[in-house]
Ligand binder design. Structure first.
Ligand code: ADP
Ligand code: MG
Length: 394
C-alpha cells in the first residue's frame, strides 16, 4: 500500500525523522490559509499523487504548470493551488494519462545546501533490509544506478539491531558529511531505518534528503510503500489508503479477495495459483501474445469470486480474448465451469475464450462446458492453450 507524501511526513514527524512544517489543503483558499499559518515567507506547494517526478512534471491543462512550485507570497500560493487541484499531472512515473490532483501539501521552504538520496528496500538475496545513499540526490536514482553505480553506497542492517554507529560514520565519510551535519545524520539514518522496520515497509525513499545551510538533515520528499501482507499488524495505517489512487479494476479485485494486476496487453488471464499465473503469462509472451493482466483467483476460490473475476477481465476494453488456465487442486474444475457459464449469462463472451482445465472434478467440469451454449476453444495443455489464444486474438 502506498501513501501520500504529506501522510508519510506526518508519520516521520512522530518517529523522530526530521521534516519541515507543512499543511495539506484541498482547495486554494485552504492552501492560502495554510501559507498564513506556516508563517514562512518561502513556501512550496506540492501536488499530492502516488507518483514521483512531480517537480519536473506538468499538468495536461497547462504545460507551464509544474507539480512542485516554490512560492514567495500568498498570491503565488493561490495561483499554484488553483493550477494543480482538480488538474491532471503527468510525470515520468504516471504514464501519459497522468493522475488527477485532489490535494496539495503546502510546506515551509528551506535553504538547500546539498541534495542527497536515501532509500531503504528489502534485499531478498541478503535476507536483510538495505539502506542506500547517494551524493546524486534529486535525480532519477535509476539513472544513477545505471550510469554511475559507484556513487550509490549501501549498508545492510539487522532488523532487530537497526543501523549501527559505525555504519553511519562509514556512509557520512562516503557522502562527505562532516561536523554538525554528521551529528544530525547520526540521528536521522538510524531513525529512518527503525521506521522502515517498525512499519513493515517494503520501500521507503527520500529523494532528496537535504542538508540545509545551517547543517540540518531533513527529509524533503517521502515515498513510502507498506507491505500489504503485514497491514493486519498496523490497523491505524488503513485509513491512510487513498482508493482514488488505485487502479479501479485492482481495487475491485482486492475487495473480492483476488490477486489482480492490470497490464498493458490484450489477453485476459484467469488462473489459479501465483506460480501458474506467472508461467501462463510467460508462455503467452513466448508465443507472441501480451497478457492484459495477472490474476490469481487463489486455491479456494468460490463461484462468486470467479464470476467477479470474469466481469473484471471482460470489463477491460483492451481485452480481446480470455485464457482460462486452471489446475484444480482445492478449487474444483466444476466451480470454474459453473463460473464460466454464469459469466456467459451475466456479461456474455464477445471475445474468444480458450479453456484448459485439469485436476479435481475435471471430467464433470468439461461435461458442463460441453453442454452449455458458450463458444469455447478447448485446449489440452498449457502450450496448446497459449498458441490457441494468441492465434484467436491476432
Ligand atoms: P518529486 O520527487 O515528485 O519531483 P520532490 O518532493 O522531490 O518531488 O520535490 C522536487 C524538488 O523540489 C526537490 O528536489 C527540491 O529541490 C524542491 N523542493 C521540494 N520541497 C521543497 C521545500 N520544502 N523547500 C525547498 N525546496 C523544495
Ligand atoms: Mg523527490
Amino acid at each position: 500500500m502506498k501513501i501520500h507524501e504529506y501522510q508519510g511526513k506526518q508519520l516521520f514527524r512522530q518517529a523522530g525523522v526530521p521534516v519541515l512544517d507543512g499543511v495539506m489543503a484541498k482547495t486554494a483558499d485552504d492552501a492560502v490559509a495554510a501559507y498564513d499559518k506556516l508563517g514562512n515567507k518561502i513556501a512550496v506547494v506540492k501536488s499530492q499523487i502516488h507518483a514521483g517526478g512531480r517537480g519536473k512534471g506538468t499538468t495536461k491543462e497547462n504545460p507551464d504548470q509544474r507539480g512542485v512550485v516554490v512560492c514567495k507570497n500568498a498570491d503565488e500560493v493561490r495561483a499554484a493551488a488553483e493550477g494543480l487541484i482538480g488538474k491532471t499531472l503527468v510525470t515520468i512515473q504516471t504514464g501519459e494519462e497522468g493522475k488527477e490532483v485532489h490535494q496539495v501539501y503546502v510546506e515551509a521552504g528551506c535553504d538547500i545546501a546539498r541534495e542527497l538520496y536515501l532509500g531503504i528496500v528489502v534485499d531478498r538475496a541478503a535476507m536483510k533490509p538495505v539502506l542506500m545513499v547517494s551524493t546524486e540526490g534529486g535525480v532519477e536514482i535509476e539513472t544513477v544506478a545505471e550510469e554511475t553505480p559507484e556513487l550509490i553506497f549501501k549498508e545492510h542492517f539487522d532488523p532487530a539491531v537497526g543501523l549501527e554507529g559505525f555504519q553511519v560514520r562509514k556512509l557520512c565519510k562516503k557522502l562527505g558529511i562532516t561536523g554538525a551535519a554528521a551529528k544530525a545524520a547520526a540521528k536521522f539514518m538510524p531513525a529512518i531505518c527503525r521506521f522502515f522496520v517498525d512499519f513493515d515497509c517494503s520501500m521507503c525513499e527520500i529523494n532528496p534528503l537535504v542538508i540545509t545551510g545551517d547543517d540540518q538533515v531533513i527529509a524533503l520528499d517521502a515515498k513510502i510503500e507498506f507491505d500489504s501482507n503485514a497491514l493486519y499488524r498496523h490497523p491505524d495505517l488503513l485509513p491512510l489508503r487513498d482508493e482514488t489512487e488505485d487502479e479501479p479494476s485492482e481495487a475491485r479485485a482486492s475487495r473480492s479477495g483476488l490477486s489482480f494486476v492490470k497490464l498493458e496487453g490484450n489477453i485476459g488471464c484467469l488462473v489459479n495459483g501465483a506460480g501458474l499465473a506467472m508461467s501462463t503469462m510467460d508462455i503467452i509472451k513466448y508465443h507472441g501474445g501480451q497478457p492484459a493482466n495477472f490474476l490469481d483467483v487463489g486455491g479456494g476460490a468460490n463461484a462468486e469470486q470467479v464470476t467477479e473475476a470474469f466481469q473484471i477481465l471482460l470489463g477491460d476494453p483492451n481485452c480481446k480474448g480470455v485464457l482460462v488456465n486452471i489446475f484444480g487442486g482445492i478449487a474444483r474444475c466444476t466451480t470454474i465451469a459453473a463460473a464460466i457459464i454464469e459469466a456467459g449469462k451475466t456479461v456474455g463472451f464477445e471475445v474468444p475464450l480458450v479453456v484448459r482445465l485439469e485436476g479435481t472434478e475435471v471430467e464433470e467440469g468439461r461435461k458442463m462446458l460441453a453442454e452449455c451454449d458458450i463458444d469455447i476453444i478447448n485446449a489440452t495443455d498449457i502450450t496448446d492453450a497459449a498458441k490457441k489464444i494468441v492465434a484467436a486474438t491476432k
